[in-house]
Design a protein around this ligand. Structure first.
Ligand code: OXT
Ligand code: ADP
Ligand code: MG
Length: 581
């Protein structure tokens, strides 16, 4: 609010926006200053907001998106017009794809010039471009509408299926002034922004009846289940029914990965063998082979495997998107899981306890699990020179075990896939990664937001290629002195460092990088700690020290350049490999 020496009489667009955000408990902005929002970043800081300035808007956007996932409040990303907006748009779209709530606020050029295409500074019709790529998009032209604009953006981001929202604020708006009292009255504190959605009792009963009829039931937990923050009830449902479960990548830790009912180590056994599957907050998209094909026991890659599905989701349109859903349960996960538990408990008290899965089914899973775990144990125990993914991740696995509340950020191909299966998670929402798109570049944005939101240690396991997409943000990590330890798995390239140019020409192959690069020097350049680690012992000492000291640290972990495979675990998605299938 603008103040003169006496009473505040006038306010302006800048302050109304800041007040509207603060009124709704949104106290952190991830962004990058410039025309027309530089003053906004200064004023936001002056008004007590946390303003985290990045080196590239995509990273600020990714930070906002994951802050939204972790807190259930929309993360705020602030950018300048056209190029800054476009840089942020990648993250906004990725957030929408992943069902993370965020609001991208971009300054924009003057409407009358943009609409006549007269060549304004950074001219672009940003609203039109954002619209198809996010959940909702709004523009505010008058200062008295800022309150409504922010309220609409918040509701759109967090209600129903969460997603990304674009808020377009033309430069002129910020300087518009209005009576301070009227301005204050125009702001809206959003009441119940993500209302509970109670499932229909008959849908709950239908789902439970189907699940009860199963001979080989399975539960799949997705990142929607992690987002819902219904941790205790989800655990109670899993334990009460005794049904084995598979966590999707970002649902790892919702129940500890060491839980006896986890079937993660028997994934390729349980998917085709299960007859009824309860899906909680996951989609039957590519990560679950669209619910059909060989992964699910189908004869060819398009065949249905015969499973019946119960699907809990807040989006009524999710059901039947890939295969038939026999029992959709539509509602928010907290309400749906609670309703299921209540029904099970009520039946139990009136003499019909839940029938636990058969010993045959559980025994077969345990057998497969034990074999896989023993096999992995053998590989992890080896100590090759140079390090490979397994020997390095054996260290990371121990570190997370002793620091279960540390956040783990993960991206890469082999660096991603091996970490997912080797590093057990013990607490909900501690693992954040490339998500639905398998996108590279989330690393440092996620790491910064994870540190800002949790205040605790963050460990980022990064492929050397993946790291490159956001690597400049190590300066941001140093500037805000965040307890982030980046571990770059340096195998000299994308997937491997051994490809050669078949022509023998001077250019290296498209997938290889400078050999023996020292990423640790990047962190040192900004005053952080850099460590070059060539053995598991060096890696262990460095990560332990980083977690202890909370100093920004980057460890260049040298990995055998022959150890990776093309595309990691998803080799079959490469067109040439797919053709051979
Ligand atoms: O049951 P089986 O026998 O099958 O075994 C499974 C489990 O049972 C077992 N397991 C266990 N065993 C023992 N103990 C335990 N605890 C245990 N837990 C599990 O292990 C196996 C595997 O289990 P998992 O992981 O559960 O199962 P699976 O079959 O792998 O699951 C299937 C999927 C599909 C769910 C899973 O694979 C998955 O989530 N995949 C995600 C893959 C993904 O998203 N990859 C990233 C994209 S790759 C590519 O696109 C890349 N690019 C291109 C690019 C991108 N992406 N973005 C942009 C903006 N530009 C370009 C690039 C550039 S990756 C990349 C960089 C790569 O290079 P880097 O240097 O960064 O990385 P390096 O590869 O390291 O060099
Ligand atoms: P994963 O990648 O882990 O499989 P997805 O992102 O594919 O998970 O799926 C998440 C699902 O969770 C989406 O379909 C989304 O609609 C749903 N979802 C998100 N939040 C909630 C919630 N609070 N209640 C119910 N469903 C939710
Ligand atoms: Mg690599």
């Amino acid at each position: 609010m603008t103040t003169d020496t006496q009473t505040p009489v006038q306010t302006d667009g800048f302050h109304l926006l800041i007040d509207a955000l603060k009124l709704n408990g949104l106290d952190t902005i991830y962004g990058l200053p410039g025309i027309p929002i530089t003053d906004l970043t200064r004023m936001a800081q002056a008004e007590g907001m946390r303003m985290i300035s990045f080196r590239h808007e995509q990273n600020a956007g990714n930070a906002a998106a994951i802050a939204g996932f972790l807190t259930q409040k929309p993360g705020i990303c602030l950018t300048v017009s056209a190029p800054g907006f476009l840089n942020g748009l990648n993250a906004l779209t990725n957030a929408t794809t992943n069902c993370f709530p965020m609001i991208l606020i971009s300054g924009s050029s003057e409407r009358e010039i943009v609409d006549l295409q007269q060549g304004d500074y950074e001219e672009m019709d940003q609203l039109a471009i954002a619209k198809p790529l996010c959940k909702a998009a709004f523009r505010v032209l008058n200062a008295e509408d800022i309150g409504v604009g922010v309220a609409r953006a918040i509701r759109a981001a967090v209600s129903g299926r969460p997603g990304g929202v674009y808020l377009d604020l033309p430069a002129k708006l910020f300087a518009q002034s209005m009576d301070a009292a009227a301005g204050k009255a125009s702001l809206i504190k959003v009441v119940d922004p993500a209302p509970r959605q109670i499932p229909a009792p008959d849908a709950v009963q239908r789902g439970l009846d189907l699940l009860k009829s199963a001979k080989r039931p399975l539960i799949i937990l997705g990142k929607g289940a992690a987002y819902a923050q219904a941790d205790a009830d989800i655990r109670a449902l899993v334990e009460k029914t005794g049904i084995p479960y598979l966590p999707m990548s970002m649902a790892k830790g919702l129940l500890p990965d060491t839980h006896p009912q986890s079937a993660a180590a028997a994934r390729s056994y349980v998917l085709p063998e299960a007859d009824v599957v309860l899906i909680i907050g996951a989609r039957l998209n590519w990560l679950l082979s669209h619910g059909k094909g060989k992964t699910w026991g189908g004869k060819s890659h398009k065949d249905w495997g015969g499973q019946k599905f119960v699907q809990i989701d807040i989006s009524p349109q999710e059901a039947d998107s890939n295969v038939r859903i026999d029992a959709p349960v539509v509602g928010d996960i907290g309400s749906c899981v609670a309703a299921m538990l209540n029904t099970i408990n009520a039946a139990g008290s009136s003499g019909t306890p839940w029938p636990k899965p058969s010993a045959d089914w559980l025994g077969a899973i345990d057998e497969r699990k034990s074999k896989n775990i023993a096999k992995m144990g053998e590989t992890l125990a080896k100590n090759p020179t140079p390090m490979n993914y397994h020997s390095a991740l054996n260290v990371m696995r121990d570190i997370i075990k002793t620091n279960p509340d540390a956040m783990l950020v993960n991206e890469g191909a082999n660096a991603l896939d091996f970490t997912r299966s080797i590093v057990d998670m013990y607490q909900p929402r501690k693992r954040i990664d490339v998500g639905t798109w398998g996108i590279m570049g989330i690393g440092m944005g996620f790491a910064v937001a994870a540190a800002v939101v949790s205040g605790g240690p963050v460990i980022a396991v990064e492929g050397d290629s993946a790291f490159g997409f956001s690597g400049m943000e190590v300066e941001t990590i140093c500037r805000y002195n965040l307890p982030v330890c980046v571990v770059v798995f340096n195998n000299n390239g994308v997937y491997k460092g051994t490809d050669v140019n078949p022509t023998g020409g001077p250019d290296v192959a498209p997938t290889v990088f400078v050999k023996g690069a020292r990423y640790d020097k990047m962190m040192e350049a900004f005053g952080g700690v850099g460590v070059h680690a060539t053995t598991p012992a060096e890696l262990r000492a460095a990560v332990e020290e980083a977690v202890r000291s909370r100093k920004p640290t980057l460890i260049n972990a040298v990995i055998d350049e022959t150890a990776g495979t093309e595309s990691g675990r998803i080799t079959s998605l490469n067109p040439t490999a797919a053709k051979k299938k």
